[in-house]
Design a protein around this ligand. Structure first.
Ligand SMILES: [Zn+2]
Length: 504
């Protein structure tokens, strides 16, 4: 069993969970569940980024102390992840003592190695970004990301990380590990950014006037810059610096969004190099979910909430739609029309209808016992689909994995029409009937394995209805080559994906 350590970005505690948060967790969860299917010992970590000025401001606006504020937000996020069946093994919060300990130790190592300087920082500061801005980054004197806020001229004593010293080592690392930053467009972006660094370049890593943070080790008048604090969560969740942390570390993949790729693909590896800690194997940058503005709003610009999206067709349907609709390596659009259309065509009339028909026919014509039957053309299609699915999923191309699996749904529904088991039964052609229904039972079993990472709840229910014991996650993949359905007794299943307005 090989260890597979997977993380997502930790979510910032200044508001409720929304579609963008859910998209990232669902995609990463599909990767985690797929790796478990393949037999990896997965360690999947998500969490909350709870320090910094914006959190302090949000708590103040809410009239509660910051710790109470972040406790409430963390509970809201965890409730959403439970409902969406996110299978994380750990939930790290940056206000936890285990995190503070890891931050202090990493900075101690960076400082001891001589990579921290003291100095004065002067520059324009955007509270929205929580970062200093160069004059050339401003538009009409304001931050282009936060044009409604005024940037402030700030001068303060700071600690600096000598990041420029790692320029050449980083460039060599990108060169030697072409998959370190994916997809390739993001890799090129990062290479270009780091190439522009100078040897003497430094990065401010403390804040003098933001009390809601981890005190700077050895100088309590400063706190650690929230970005440096946050990145270290990936290490603190492994138990760092305790012995044995490297049984989990380094991460196999950090899943992140496009706005934070520089922090993860340049600053974070430089920090680890400075402290003498191994680098993660990959930073995977997914795209944006565009919600198309007004088309996504209910009325008068009120956006649809995550609660309403989950309630629309259930958590598994939302998981499937997001994974299938939004490419995992590029931007995509989310519309309710497409969500409803996929729900009807691919879930209710596609996979759901196939499962219902196959289970019903086995019960009606064969007393519920799955027959044995020779390989058919449908099995050959299935094995080809499995191979294409495996390749796509190994490359984290979740949308392609789902697409391949649903080609098998279509092929199986065609096979039902062409083999017409109801006619075979009526004409008492028992051997042909058994062959057809055996092939369909094998196909439903295979499809349930392939769809499992996307729809864990529904697929486990189908697995049980097929008369198969145990957890789909644990044994499913090994059954793809030769499904073990023959002889099993199938059970009835209520409609998996009821259509709105249709009573089951
Ligand atoms: Zn800004």
């Amino acid at each position: 069993m090989s260890r597979y350590y997977l993380t997502t970005a930790i979510d910032y505690s200044n508001g409720e969970p929304h579609l963008g948060h859910a998209f990232e967790k669902i995609g990463a969860d599909c990767v985690a569940r797929y790796r478990r299917l393949r037999g990896d010992d997965v360690h999947f970590v998500i969490g909350m980024d709870e320090h910094g000025q914006k959190v302090a401001q949000a708590a103040e606006a809410g009239g509660v102390p910051p710790q109470q504020w972040v406790d409430t937000i963390a509970e809201q996020f965890q409730a959403a992840w439970r409902e969406l069946a996110i299978s994380h093994d750990d939930f790290i919060r940056t206000t936890e003592p285990r995190h503070r300990r890891a931050v202090e130790e990493l900075f101690r190592r960076i400082e001891q190695a001589g990579h921290i300087r003291q100095g004065t920082y002067a520059g324009y500061y955007c509270v929205g970004c929580e970062s200093f801005k160069l004059e050339k980054d401003l538009e009409a004197g304001r931050c282009p990301l936060h044009p409604s806020r005024e940037v402030k001229w700030v001068e303060e004593p700071n600690y600096f990380f000598a990041i420029g010293e790692f320029r050449d080592r980083l460039l060599a690392h990108y060169e030697a590990h072409p998959d370190f930053v994916c997809p390739p467009a993001k890799r090129n972006e990062i290479v270009n950014v780091v190439r522009e660094w100078t040897e003497s370049q430094t990065q401010s890593v403390s804040r003098a006037r933001i009390p809601w943070g981890i005190p700077w080790p050895g100088d309590e008048s400063h706190t650690v810059y929230v970005w440096f604090d946050a990145l270290i969560n990936y290490l603190s969740a492994t138990g760092f610096p305790d012995p044995g942390y490297d049984e989990i570390w380094p991460a196999d993949v950090h899943v992140i969004g496009p706005d934070i790729v520089r922090f993860h693909a340049a600053m974070w590896p430089a920090m680890l190099m400075a402290a003498g800690v191994a680098l993660p194997r990959q930073v995977w940058c997914h795209g944006w979910v565009n919600t198309g503005g007004a088309r996504f709003a209910k009325s008068e610009g009120v956006p649809i909430t995550l609660r309403e999206l989950i309630d629309r067709h259930g958590p598994d349907a939302l998981r499937y739609h997001l994974a299938r609709e939004i490419p995992w390596d590029a931007d995509g659009n989310f519309t309710l029309e497409r969500f409803d259309a996929r729900y009807t065509a691919e879930l209710a009339d596609g996979y759901g209808n196939l499962v219902s028909r196959v289970l019903a026919m086995i019960r009606r014509y064969l007393d519920g016992t799955v027959p044995d039957g020779a390989e058919t053309g449908l099995d050959r299609i299935a094995l080809d689909v499995v191979e294409r699915y495996r390749k796509a999923m190994d490359e984290h191309l979740l949308h392609r994995g789902a697409e391949h699996a649903w080609q098998l749904v279509d092929a199986a529904n065609r096979f039902v029409e062409e083999s017409a088991p109801w006619t075979l039964a009526k004409q008492d052609r028992q051997a042909e009937l058994a062959t057809a229904l055996a092939a369909l039972a094998r196909t439903v079993q295979r499809l349930t394995v392939l769809a499992g990472p996307f729809m864990p709840g529904k697929c486990q229910a189908v697995w049980a209805a097929l008369g198969l014991g145990g957890s789909l996650d644990a044994i499913g993949w090994h059954t793809l080559a030769a499904p073990a359905t023959a002889g099993a007794t199938v059970a009835a299943l209520p409609p998996l994906f009821p259509k709105p307005g249709v009573k089951s």
